[in-house]
Design a protein around this ligand. Structure first.
Ligand code: NAD
Length: 244
């Protein structure tokens, strides 16, 4: 762990970018690490519009499995620290690539979901979006009242991100003075470019990850370790500086 003797003040504009790694200690599998496979499939072969068009039942069986698994998971110390941070900084935004809703369950409210939510469904014909936290689902694949298929309201590989969410995240990245990047491999675009955008506008970039990622080149500060252990230590230092 490389620790730096630095801490923000209340005047700082803080943006946090999270990826699947922040939920790993809660038991939610990442796509690329251990436990990333379901049956014999890779996520990249299931989380696509083509896979859904070919076999919506298979894709929904995978999502039903993930929903069941996530429903059993609890937010971890990393999620909780990020919720506390939100109360400490007047100007704060959490941008997540995660679809699991664990940040919100930990108490985070200022959240931009770049890749949607596994707890919402969207009608493929009408485009209407609704909350759906049923576990298990009553039918697979689920259908809209209009008779068309419902799909998970998540961004699949090869799809555009929701425009409003991406714009909010990009504006925040350009305006922030501190960007904290937690648990992302920083290879999935366009989210991966947000820390570089922040850096080019003069922000301090802090990376938390147990492994090296391409983002280390942009980092002013690197904490090599799991989010659930690192974030409480980092937050202890920050809180002391903020003066309670
Ligand atoms: P990713 O590309 O964000 O990679 C996961 C990263 O987390 C890796 O760099 C890994 O080193 C790091 N990591 C692992 N354990 C960690 C820990 N305890 N603390 C901090 N970092 C840790 O994610 P991905 O799994 O390759 O997924 C790609 C896309 O799918 C992203 O949009 C991702 O958010 C989404 N996804 C979401 C969830 C979820 O909602 N929980 C789960 C899987 C995938």
């Amino acid at each position: 762990m490389v620790e730096a003797d630095w801490a923000p003040s209340k005047e700082d504009i803080v943006v946090v970018l999270t990826g699947a790694g922040v939920s790993a200690e809660s038991g939610v599998p990442t796509f690329r690490g251990e436990g990333g496979l379901w049956r014999q499939f890779r996520a990249e072969d299931l989380a696509t519009p083509q896979a859904f068009a070919r076999d919506p039942t298979l894709v929904w069986e995978w999502y039903a499995w993930r929903r069941g698994l996530i429903a059993e998971c609890e937010p971890n110390a990393g999620h909780r620290v990020l919720a506390e941070m939100e109360s400490a900084f007047p100007r704060f935004l959490l941008v997540t690539q995660n679809v699991d809703g664990l940040h919100q369950r930990a108490g985070s409210r200022r959240v931009v979901e770049l890749h949607g939510s596994i707890w919402r469904v969207r009608c493929v014909r009408e485009g209407t979006v609704s909350e759906d936290s049923r576990v298990p689902l009553s039918e697979i694949p689920p259908r809209c009242e209009c008779g068309a298929l419902l799909r998970p309201d998540v961004v699949w590989f090869g799809e555009m991100l929701p425009e409003a969410a991406l714009q909010r995240a990009s504006e925040a990245a350009a305006a922030c003075t501190v960007m904290l990047v937690v648990g992302t491999s920083a290879v999935v675009q366009p989210a991966a470019s947000l820390p570089w955008m922040a850096k080019s506008h003069g922000a301090r970039v802090i990376v938390v990850n147990p492994e090296a990622t391409p983002l280390l080149d942009a980092a002013d500060e690197v904490w090599l370790g799991p989010a659930g252990e690192v974030l409480p230590s980092l937050w202890q230092r920050w809180e002391e500086n903020l003066g309670g």
